[in-house]
Design a protein around this ligand. Structure first.
Ligand code: IMP
Ligand code: MG
Length: 172
């Protein structure tokens, strides 16, 4: 059985999400904000985030898949769901669960730029430094983590553990 070492409790996450939501609410006051969640991992984070915002927002999702074998990124990004909302002249905030190599996000930023939005910024639950390959500017980060594979609160290992309320380091 793999070991699960606690990293953030649900209470820790709630506090961090609330703090980020306050910053976003201030920064995007009187703007036309569209949050774009990256499926599937960001679905719980996005859901909690919008409920903590004090400004109106629109929500959409993109699907991106890069992991072929569980914990290693293939670097070969596949778009599994396109956006539905008209993004021209909108302020876009990409909402990601975890940034690892950065390859998925740099691909998604290029994809979203093609819709001519006014601005694109990035918000992630976890910024993991260990394997960064592509330079990405992350504007809002809930938690920085150096090394290791994390699960829970939407993050999976081979589609398991998304349902855990907290975040854990998975020791395989
Ligand atoms: P990147 O393209 O290497 O930055 O990978 C980003 C995607 O890989 C994230 O959106 C996650 O879905 C997945 N990922 C990267 N690291 C982890 C992890 O520690 N646990 C679960 N999923 C991860
Ligand atoms: Mg993801």
């Amino acid at each position: 059985m793999p070991d699960l070492l606690p990293v953030l409790t649900k209470d820790d996450i709630d506090k961090r999400v609330n703090a980020i939501a306050r910053r976003i609410s201030l920064d995007y006051k009187d703007r036309e904000l569209v949050l774009i969640g990256v499926l599937k991992g960001a679905f719980i984070f996005l859901s909690d985030l919008i409920q903590n915002l004090t400004i109106p927002v629109k929500v959409d999702f993109v699907g991106a898949s890069s992991y072929s074998s569980g914990t290693s990124s293939s670097g070969n990004i596949r778009l599994t769901k396109e956006v539905d909302i008209d993004l021209r002249n909108k302020d876009i905030l990409i909402v990601e669960d975890i940034v690892d190599t950065g390859l998925t996000l740099s691909y998604l930023v290029d994809y979203l730029k093609s819709f001519n939005p006014k601005t694109i910024k990035i918000c992630t639950l976890i910024d993991k430094h260990e394997r960064r390959e592509a330079k990405v500017n992350i504007d809002y980060v809930c938690h920085v983590y150096e090394k290791g594979f994390l699960v829970g609160y939407g993050l999976d290992y081979l589609e398991d553990y998304r349902d855990l309320p907290g975040i854990y380091h998975l020791k395989i």
